[in-house]
Write a protein that binds this ligand. Structure first.
Ligand code: FES
Length: 198
């Protein structure tokens, strides 16, 4: 059974973006869970070509989904409030300081991100690889009485905060992975490489 959303649902936007060809990212409603329309060639995919995401339309509190090497990637832009809330549940997290090797060095910080307000996560539960769902609102949910926003895996109940840090006592053993990424420009995020290859 799907968990009930929080009792005080706020505006939730879930953006789906095409990647690879910057500027063609579609911004559509929440009904479609995955993008299939972006396309590096199959050959490029096999070779692990990086994906590019245009984040210019990603406003605070919104998340977009892109695909890189067949892996769904969540990109979330924090609000001031959600950044502050990252510190509220530290005692409930299994690896709040990202000691496990689940991110590049530049993302080993409290936000697990290269740019403070943007978090980039592989949307693959570290238990058995289901896709955790996005629950940004605060409040009481079916799965938590003090939810500070984050991701909930419906398969076996693992919870992650908005930096992808896993809660203690859930099946998932580690934080969500942060893929290698860098910013080609203010609005263009490259996923799959740590820096521009010249
Ligand atoms: S696959 Fe996510 S909790 Fe099991």
């Amino acid at each position: 059974m799907q968990p009930k959303p929080p009792s005080n649902p706020g505006r939730r936007k879930f953006l789906i973006a095409a990647t690879s060809i910057v500027g063609t990212g579609a911004v559509i409603g929440a009904a479609i869970p995955f993008v299939t329309a972006f396309n590096p060639s199959e050959q490029a995919k096999a070779a692990g070509a990086p994906a590019k995401a245009d984040i210019s339309k990603l406003t605070k509190g919104e998340m977009m989904l892109v695909e890189w090497r067949g892996i769904p990637i969540y990109i979330f832009r924090h609000t001031e409030e959600s950044l502050t809330n990252l510190n509220k549940n530290l005692s409930r997290l299994s690896d709040p300081d990202s000691e496990e090797d689940q991110q590049p060095d530049y993302a080993k910080n409290s936000n697990r991100s290269r740019k403070e307000e943007i978090v980039v996560l592989e949307a693959v539960c570290t238990h058995l690889s289901c896709a955790p769902k996005f629950y940004p609102e605060l409040g009481t949910t079916d799965f938590d009485s003090d939810w500070q926003g984050g991701f909930f895996c419906p398969c076996h109940g693992s919870m992650f905060d908005l930096a992808g840090r896993v809660y203690s006592g859930v099946p998932a053993p580690t934080n969500l992975p942060v893929p290698p990424h860098y910013y080609e420009s203010e609005d263009v995020l490259v996923i799959g490489e740590d820096e521009e290859v010249t």
